[in-house]
Ligand binder design. Structure first.
Ligand code: AG3
Length: 586
């Protein structure tokens, strides 16, 4: 909304979120919105908060409360160090609030600030002189106008502390929230050094802190979260995520701070060495132990005529009700007739329900990123299709556990409408990937089933790839079909609708094939992909898996191969031909 006239008053409303905002009365516009070439900058004057810096419609600081943010982001790492810092690098921070706080430490010999947007420096200096007080006059301060991500590569082992005082991961700062950048920051630190980054409002931006945590955890030796709240950053608890070079750094952080602070020779208003950072916030703990999702896969014999898209669409929506999930969007469908092998997909709260038919068998998948009431799903489908029985696989998805545990929790069973038979469950055969990839292994031609489904959970993927709907769509709609030779039907669909929950933040994808589909979900916070590929023809399993892992820079994958649409009286045979295996990235 930005600036809004209300009677004779002028108000500003922040443009960060599409569904919630806050505002304040403006007494004067000091700098009207200017396009700097990097972003839109505006400086407003208010009676309550003093001057306010706004970039791309988002409040960056107010004179009234900037001290809270700048003190925490500067003093927390500096006081936590084992040895007093000499060289500090600031990435961003053009208003100089961080530099001002850093320079209060007597041990500091040099502060280098790399800001991409010169106008932020110049206009803040002119219109908010209190924020940068003393900084430009200090001989220890050096300003570099440039891209922090590039400068950092030339600073190997040179910095005691790196403070990344950036805007949010939209606009020019996007590249600063990537694994490559964090790796560069780690390399720029001395042993025992600390880096810290603003990682957003914990409640309103629930995917940001966990996303940065995952990446920092991957590049650094230890991680902490510092929390504070101010007025300017709407939404209560705000987070700073810190990484250390060296395992013991944070263990002594509090002790070091309590010792160093009284000797610093200056006082702070907000920072206190007695407020510790969180070693492992509860949300992060849960991210580690939760399983990501559950999937129930069913092959249900169809008697009589075969349902078209209308009837199957209704099945999908009513399944949502049966398992207490909300549907998202319209069903994606290959054709209204839904002939043999053609797929219908209905998104549900970031996961999906799908249908396809082979011969007389309906191949149904029901995947959710929450607890899945499996019985309700099976019971409903059996009743809907008036089927006497279903052949089922239960798959714990994204479990983080070792393959043996995942196998133990995977179940293959047959059951009738009363759910009898559930107790007689089989497990998939655990095989080596070399065996699976070996030429001649008769997956696709075993006669057990017309199709195989490849189910794959890939762990340790690159954040920037899996959090980007464009990158994901490029893979699913272009790269994968090219490598696998699978003929696509219609366009790739890559919505990003799961951000209400930390777990499901990240895009989803559907690409239909001739006689199959690729349905996948990308979890920015688990750095993980869950995907299901079904195809009518052989597609070179090893190449497809390796290419996918390479594209997303995944470290490790757990895969299941399920024979779909197979014989109606052969559960044992189905179980014998269901395989589970792992693939490491070479
Ligand atoms: N940089 C962090 C601004 C974060 C605003 N985001 C938000 N409210 N979610 C501020 C620059 C101050 N030096």
């Amino acid at each position: 909304m930005g600036l809004v006239k209300k009677g004779k008053d002028l108000w500003f409303y922040e443009d960060l979120y599409s569904d919630t905002t806050y505002g304040f009365k403006v007494s004067r516009v000091s700098v009207p919105e200017t396009d700097t070439g990097f972003q839109k900058l505006m400086i407003l004057e208010t009676d309550r908060f003093g001057r306010v810096l706004v970039l791309d419609g988002i409040v960056q600081l107010t004179e009234e409360d900037e001290g809270i943010y700048h003190e925490w982001i500067a003093h927390w790492p500096l006081f936590a160090l084992e040895r007093p810092a000499r060289h500090v690098l600031i990435v961003g921070g053009g208003d100089c609030g961080v530099a001002r706080e850093v320079l209060r430490h007597r041990s500091i010999e040099r502060v280098t600030m790399v800001e991409i947007d010169r106008q932020v420096c110049d206009l803040c200096r002119e219109h908010m002189p209190a924020v940068c007080e003393g900084v430009y006059e200090d001989p220890r301060f050096r300003l570099v106008i440039g891209d922090g991500a590039e400068v950092i590569r030339r600073m190997k082992g040179a910095c005691d502390v790196v403070v990344i005082d950036s805007t949010d991961p939209i606009g020019p700062a996007k590249s600063l929230f990537s694994t490559d950048f964090y790796q560069g920051v780690y390399d720029a630190l001395v042993d025992g050094g600390i880096a810290i980054h603003q990682t957003g409002a914990l409640i309103l931006q629930p995917f940001e802190a966990p996303g940065s945590w995952r990446q920092i955890e991957r590049c650094f030796d230890d991680v902490r979260v510092v929390q504070f709240a101010n007025v300017s950053y709407m939404g209560g608890p705000f987070s700073l995520t810190a990484g250390s070079k060296g395992r013991a750094v944070f263990r002594n952080a509090e002790r070091n701070a309590r010792r160093a602070y009284p000797r610093a020779g200056f006082q702070t208003d907000w920072y206190s060495p007695r407020i510790p950072a969180l070693p492992y916030p509860e949300f992060q703990k849960r991210l580690e132990t939760d399983k990501y999702g559950e999937e129930i896969v069913m092959d249900v014999p169809l008697a009589g005529g075969f349902p078209g898209a209308r009837k199957v669409g209704k099945w999908a929506l009513q399944t949502c009700d049966a398992i207490h999930m909300k549907s998202f969007g319209e069903p994606i469908v290959a054709s209204p007739r839904l002939g043999e092998g053609e797929t219908l997909v209905q998104y549900v709260e970031t996961s999906a329900i799908s249908y396809r038919r082979y011969g007389r068998m309906a191949a149904l998948n029901c995947f959710t990123c929450a607890a899945l009431p499996m019985e309700a799903a099976i019971r409903f489908s059996l009743a809907y299709f008036k089927a006497p029985r279903a052949f089922c696989w239960y798959l714990p998805r994204g479990s983080f556990a070792d393959i043996k545990t995942i196998r133990k929790h995977t179940k293959i069973f047959e059951c009738g409408p009363g759910m009898e038979g559930l107790s007689k469950a089989y497990r998939p055969r655990l095989v080596d990937s070399a065996e699976v990839f070996a030429p001649g292994l008769p997956f696709f031609h075993s006669g057990i089933a017309p199709q195989f489904e490849l189910v794959m959970d890939i762990y340790g993927c690159a954040y920037e790839r899996i959090s980007s709907p464009a990158a994901v769509a490029h893979w699913a709609g272009g790269e994968f079909p090219r490598i696998s030779g699978l003929p696509t039907v219609g366009k790739v669909d890559a919505p990003d609708f799961g951000h209400a929950k930390k777990k499901t933040a990240g895009p989803s994808v559907v690409q239909l094939f001739d006689g199959g589909s690729n349905i996948s979900h990308y979890s920015a916070n688990w750095l993980m992909i869950v995907l299901n590929i079904v195809a009518k023809r052989d597609f070179g399993l090893e190449k497809a898996i390796r290419q996918t892992m390479d594209y997303f820079k995944g470290k490790y994958a757990v895969c299941w191969l399920l024979p779909r649409g197979g014989s109606a009286h052969a559960l044992k045979k189905i179980a014998n031909n269901t395989f589970i295996f792992t693939v490491e990235n070479r």
